[in-house]
Design a protein around this ligand. Structure first.
Ligand SMILES: Nc1ncnc2[nH]cnc12
Ligand SMILES: [Zn+2]
Length: 334
């Protein structure tokens, strides 16, 4: 039984496994530029964030109907449950779908068909976070927020993702102010490929409560001190960092030093269909490769629930934390 955890950094479009992509392509009459799932998997060798994003956006073409989004989310939730995920705060990228003529309602209602029954079907509670694409304009972000207004009861917060370098958080100040005025929680990707300054901007100008990735924060000691002092959660994605070549190998990941420094780290899967592992695969990889103690692993699991947006259901958060505290790590062979 895996360690109970919350997943706080997960792009639902990044859970599209090759088999489902081909099945949906066939159902929707969409032509893919790969012969089969094996040929597609061969394309999963990325140079950097952009080379991944190119394939990520290309494959989304197979997602067209409410049923497609429902099946995508259902498949993720089943996998997540098997990996010990009790609670998932799930990103989606509406602009990537609106640009293809798929409406906001199709995306949100489709996802909601799976999320709305997820506690019953998978034992996983969920929240939805709508991301703005930072390589699109500020006006487009505002228009996207406007298009989401009929669905605000289904959306907990806003995020910021896609190609980071050259698209600093300051560009989205107005959109984040508008989101805050609507009562939405705020997070943003920062310091994945971009400099520590983007993390500072996300905190100061966008008012975010969590930083997605935040890896490059370690380059700025004053920023680290601030993140520790204010207990700002970082949603790290170790296997993603290796696949997108942010770091050379997992053994080079700064997670142990970050925990040692007192940063509130969490471990997540980002785009698990592309990066070779779901939530517990990331936990297991860091435990084994970085030699984290059981206490550190428990701390990561506790952090995931403490950093989650479960303020509307504190009894549930307390139950999850109690489960982490009671968890017994499997004993190896004697
Ligand atoms: N790791 C990542 N960084 C930025 N944008 C993304 N969209 C999906 N995955 C992403
Ligand atoms: Zn991400």
């Amino acid at each position: 039984m895996p360690l109970p955890k919350a997943e706080l950094h997960l792009h639902i479009e990044g859970t599209l496994e090759p088999e489902l992509a081909f099945r949906l392509a066939e159902r929707n009459g969409v032509e893919l530029s790969y012969a089969d799932t094996e040929a597609l998997r061969h394309a999963y060798r990325f140079e950097d964030l952009q080379s991944f994003l190119n394939l990520y956006y290309e494959l989304m073409a197979v997602l067209r109907t409410e049923q497609d989004f429902e099946e995508l989310a259902d498949a993720y939730l089943a996998r997540a449950a098997a990996q010990g995920v009790r609670h998932a705060e799930i990103f989606f990228d509406p602009q990537a779908h609106l640009a293809r003529g798929v409406e906001m309602g199709t995306v949100i209602e489709g996802l909601w068909r799976a999320l709305g029954r997820s506690v019953e079907t998978h034992g996983v509670s969920t929240k939805l976070i709508m991301c703005f694409l930072r390589d699109e304009s500020a006006e487009s972000a505002l228009a996207t927020l406007d298009a989401a207004k009929p669905y605000l009861d289904r959306i907990t917060g806003v995020g910021l993702d896609s190609a980071e370098v050259g698209h600093p958080p300051v560009k989205f100040r107005e959109a984040y102010d508008a989101a805050a005025a609507l009562g939405l929680r705020r997070v943003a990707h920062a310091g994945e490929e971009g400099p520590p300054e983007y993390v500072v901007q996300a905190l100061d100008l966008l008012g975010v409560e969590r930083i997605d990735h935040g890896l490059r924060s370690v380059e700025d000691p004053a920023l680290v001190e601030r993140l520790v002092r204010d207990r700002v959660p970082l949603t790290l994605c170790p296997l993603s960092n290796v696949r997108l070549r942010t770091i050379d190998t997992l053994a080079d990941h700064p997670l142990p030093a970050m925990l040692e420094a007192g940063l509130m780290c969490t471990v997540n899967s980002d785009d698990p269909a592309y990066f070779g592992g779901y939530a517990d695969d990331n936990f297991t990889a860091v435990q084994q490769t970085l030699g984290l103690t059981e206490d550190r692993m428990r701390e990561l699991a506790r952090n995931s629930f403490l950093a989650s947006f479960l303020e509307d259901d504190e009894p549930r958060r307390a139950r999850y934390l109690a489960e982490v505290d009671a968890y017994e790590f499997p004993r190896g062979e004697a």
